[in-house]
Design a protein around this ligand. Sequence first.
Ligand code: ADP
Ligand code: MG
Length: 751
Amino acid sequence: MNHTIELRKVSKYYAGESGVSMGFARLDLALDMGEFVAITGESGSGKSTLLNVISGLDTYDEGEMFVCGEDTTAFQTEEYERYRKTYIGNIFQDFNLVNSYTVYQNIELVMLMCGKKASECGERINELIELVGLTEYSKTKASKLSGGQKQRVAIARALAKDAPVIVADEPTGNLDSESARVVMETLSRVSKDRLVVIVTHNYEQAEPFVTRKLTMHDGRIIEDKRIVQPEETEVTVQPEAEDMRKGSEIRLGLRNTFNLPAKLILLFIVYLFVSTAVLSQYASAKNSQHSQDVLGYNQYFTDTSAERILVTKPDRTAMTEEDIAKVASIDNIGSIVRNDLAIDQQISLQLSDYYIDATVYPSSQLKKSQLTYGRLPEADNEIVIYSSSTAWDYDYLKGLEDKIINQTGCIGYQDDSNILMLKDKLVVVGIILDDSSDGLSISGASRLYMTETESDKLKTRQMAYLCKTTVDYNGSKIIHEGGLCVLPSASVPKGKAYISEDLAMNYQGDKVVDKPLAITVTNSYFADKLDLKVGKVFEKKNVASVLGISKESYDSYTGIVFVNDAEYNNMFNKGIFQISAYMEDETAFRQTTKALEEAGFKAFLLKDSLTDFTGGFSFVITLLQYASLIIEFIVLFFIAYAVIRLIMKSRNSYYSTLRILGANKKNTDSVLRIELLLVMFLAYAVDMSFVIMLRKGIISLASLRSKLNFLSALDYVILLVVLMAMSLLIARRYSRKIFTKSAMNSYRGEV
Ligand code: ADP
Ligand code: MG
């Protein structure tokens, strides 16, 4: 017949510094269901060692031990875990209850660990609480109970998993005699259909209840006295205890997060610090990434400042006045330049002795406070020159302010020594010399500010300058990729073209007048064609009479086809196809381009057109930036780990209790993980609400807000993932620490 527990010549030795000492030696013992066994003997006789071996908390060195017929000789750690969980209910001298849990929760804990559902165990738990006589304390926290009550909770807990064996080492050691009597009486009651083994040095307390007495001396059983013979019962191998459910792990994780407020607050503060530090480090990295982004050059755009957004219609049609008004009304759009072409087309300002390379802006963008000399333009022919310290003409302009102010000049396209005039009789009324180059991207051209109407008038010519223009001289085609080859003149009648002498050579034969001449223009927004007949051929001697242009400037007009000004206007002035919108806060570019796109426009950030100066090595800089960010995260991780470990020290006893009750590494891992993740989510949520309030303007901290502008939704997800990874790693490291100690050591260490 199988015994519940059977030891055959089992020995246990301890290897210590002073050599090997004996726990007990060559013990033969058989214990059966229905027995209530008390092990007694003087201190050091091996009682605890024997009990620990029986309960699987300690291994043995020699002999064989059988439990319900199962051989335990070859058991490894995991098998001992299963063994303890399936067969053994433990009662400890120091109770080992979870103090922050109620009586009910303490018992529930064991049932959850054995794979029960929380909703299924209520009835059984209440039964057990009644059995140990604590019904009215069901909702009382364990910390509020007397010792005797605690031990009765421990008995109920030991019974909760339906293990066939209950072991207890000095269960009444910390109790007064009346409490001890109640505990003994309770144990006796539960031993009717179980095997109960206790260690006691106070045998008188146990005597009235026990069925068998074992007396030990020097690691041997010197007396085995049966007081009551147990009934013979068939012993069967127990069904294996199930593993803990995921739901139960979450339940415990949640409970542990909130049932110790002080610990929750401390952990929360640490996580808030970590989350905020990670967020701000990440935002700084993005910030410097941005500063690097806005440096560079582009050969098509002169103004590549970070504030500038090029706005077009997605179908590339012309923009209406309503469209422009709509763009202007969008949040963070400070000003709009309607003649966008002027910003990127370099022209030359010719003064009596100087000429300056510049691009044209509307004076509405200027503030009076920016002026270094003079005043803002009032009349249409008045201009202000702006030169930043990075402009080519800056040094040259500096010191000449007195001479330049009030000078009259003209603007035009510079071509070798000639200038193709755009507008003349302009007066310089103000000068801005800007020493702070930080507001502008690096561009060599100065700026001319003139009234919006004046600037607007230039746009037909500037469009013509950009077009690809093909002139077909009756079969011989000349293609001009940009630049001016067609000009308007009121002197030319409709349907006619006046061509310069040199162009007449494109026709075979002498007769040029009335020969067909076709002009085709294309650009990225439209295409057009004009069919004409040659009206006149002009040369130096007749240019004044034919076109009203002075003889001296004839050289500027060689290679030019003059057409009727109304027809010219029809061909090139088809509306405004692109405008430039300037942001007030460049760092909010993401939100602003999004708003523009939502309003039905295409938005192109000029900073994105830049080629960086490092010649392709910017990725190295970026790489270094991210590498240092990762190092910062790692340092942060270790700081957080050290602090969290300190905080969780108070939880060590909780986790070793779990371990002693039979939780495996995976279970404690999950419970801990949930606990840490939850607090992390809380801290992250607080940070995110702060971010949202900043963004919505509920909290106004401009400097912080602009830093956050560089973060997109994806970045916040990345941050969350980083924080989650940190929490999981912390949980793993910590639970490894708990588990490097064996069950026995952590039990001894904590109890
Ligand atoms: P009891 O519980 O009867 O007082 P123990 O089982 O605790 O006795 O101890 C039995 C013997 O084993 C003693 O000689 C004790 O010194 C030794 N012993 C117990 N635990 C250890 C240990 N962890 N390391 C070394 N020796 C131990
Ligand atoms: Mg002992």
